[in-house]
Design a protein. Structure first.
Length: 487
């Protein structure tokens, strides 16, 4: 294999040899036994929106039974409220929505956006975010500041421009992007783009940087947002004594000091088992309930009662005008209403998370053993550059390989641009192997159960999960050889 002087030369070479890589990947899958009914029916995660896992038996049963009964939707929402309050206490409330993105939209609009009614000119408002992964979600609702970040958000997704993520921007709302101290943001990928590499984040330095940015923007600051994840690849390795991520807890304290909300995007997260809102100090946490939790397509917003009043009002769930404490009416965000099917399954999975959390955490422990043991068989040069960690929050095992770049050219890092452009060799290569892919950009790979690797009750099927991981290891070695990293 040739040696490359510059990164872009390596990625150009990989692009030119993509078909060879895919052909070798197909052969490797056949050698592993990923053939017949297995092909296309096993995957590295059941927690992605584009291909969610089959519902567990108890969730299907709850849905089927509920569909045969007359149940007012407000009653189901109140049942969800009861479950959430039984865990977090009476100071917290909840609002189900149709998707996680819908939950972000209504939450940012009610808590961050400046009011549009009344006399006088509208004022501008700014919320602050650390520069982390998935920025097109939690940072996509304002005009980016400083301007050098504007294209980082606006071109995300399959559709750019006004009808893409840029079209989410709320009236007179800016988003201030604050780089995480110790984080690195080099360009990588066949679609060359900055990628956040965050395993070496200085947590306390990041909190200080957020505070300095808040002081700089002064009276324009109306809130903060971040992801709710808990792994090193997302910059959250440092924890407080009670288990909260130092960065998240620091932002929560800063928000409380300034009397503004802190909204956490925990799309790939578990209520109760994962991010603890009572420890981080977040005002609201937004979940995608059809990802790690396993309900029907829907989202959930859990937050302090004071901020949840307006979120629930915007959904028409605040109460009927004639005096009830809950309703299922029409309001500004009626387009975000979840239906009966979503509410029934949310009740089922929230009970599981509250009453049987080991069903989720036990699988992560088992999965971690599978992932670590299979990567132990990988080429030493690749293995030594990996950081593998558990996430009970996301019911995943994270494989991060950014440290392969510690002493020069490392294993290829594919950008989110690659994912949407179809030039992400890991994701496309897995599909060629008959393995349903997972989130794998920015030097980070999430692996979780559910996609043909769990039984009807949601228990891990070790042999199938191990086979999918074997396929990932084989593909990474193939790509590593073509890149010149593994010679």
């Amino acid at each position: 294999m040739p040696e490359f002087k510059y990164k872009f030369q390596m990625y150009k070479h990989l692009q030119a040899n993509a078909q060879k890589i895919y052909a070798e990947a197909k052969k490797a899958a056949e050698d592993l036994g990923i053939v017949g009914d297995l092909k296309g029916n096993i995957g590295l995660t059941g927690a992605i929106s584009g291909c969610p896992a089959p519902a567990r038996e108890n969730v299907r049963k709850a849905l089927q039974e509920g569909l045969t009964k007359v149940i007012p939707l407000a009653r189901l929402v109140d049942e969800i409220r009861d479950i959430v309050k039984s865990v977090y206490g009476d100071d917290y409330d909840v609002c189900p929505v149709n998707t996680c993105e819908g939950g972000l939209w209504v939450t940012f609009d009610t808590l961050f956006a400046a009011p549009m009614t009344g006399r006088g000119d509208n004022y501008r408002a700014r919320y602050l975010v650390p520069y982390e992964k998935h920025m097109h979600h939690q940072a996509g609702y304002g005009r980016p500041f400083p301007p050098k970040y504007k294209e980082m958000i606006s071109e995300r997704g399959s559709t750019p421009g006004e009808f893409g993520f840029a079209g989410k921007r709320l009236e007179n709302l800016d988003v201030v992007v604050v780089p995480m101290k110790g984080g690195k943001y080099p360009n990588h990928g066949i679609k060359y783009w900055p990628v956040p590499l965050l395993t070496e984040v200085d947590a306390e330095g990041t909190v200080k940087a957020m505070e300095e940015a808040a002081q700089l923007h002064g009276p324009l600051v109306v809130g903060f947002s971040s992801l709710g994840y808990d792994t090193p690849g997302y910059g959250y390795a440092a924890k407080t004594p009670d288990g909260a991520a130092v960065v998240q807890k620091g932002i929560g304290d800063l928000a409380a000091k300034l009397n503004v909300p802190y909204v956490v995007d925990n799309a790939w997260g578990l209520p109760f088992v994962g991010h603890d809102i009572t420890k981080s100090g977040a005002s609201a946490v937004v979940y995608s309930m059809d990802k790690a939790t396993g309900s029907s397509t829907s989202g959930l917003v859990i937050g302090r009662e004071d901020v949840m009043v307006n979120v629930r009002r915007a959904l028409g769930m605040h109460g009927d005008r004639y005096g009830t404490t809950a309703s299922y009416g029409k309001a500004q965000y009626v387009t975000m209403d979840p239906g009966k099917e979503a509410l029934l399954t949310q009740v089922a999975v929230l009970k599981d998370l509250r009453d049987n959390p080991e069903m989720y955490t036990g699988q992560v422990d088992e999965l971690y053993e599978i992932v670590t043991s299979e990567f132990e068989k990988a080429s030493p040069k690749l293995r030594e550059g990996l950081l593998i960690s558990k996430s009970y929050n996301s019911s995943t095992v994270e494989v991060n390989y950014e440290k392969t770049w510690k002493d020069g050219m490392g294993f290829p890092i594919f950008s989110i641009e690659d994912m949407y452009a179809g030039s992400h060799l890991i994701q496309v290569g897995l599909a060629q192997m008959g393995i349903i892919a997972t989130i794998a950009y920015d030097g980070n790979i999430f692996i979780s159960p559910g996609q043909g690797t769990s039984d009807n009750e949601g228990n891990l099927i070790p042999d199938k999960m191990r086979l999918a991981v074997k396929g990932l290891v084989a593909l990474m070695e193939i790509i590593g050889k073509h890149s010149g990293f593994l010679s």
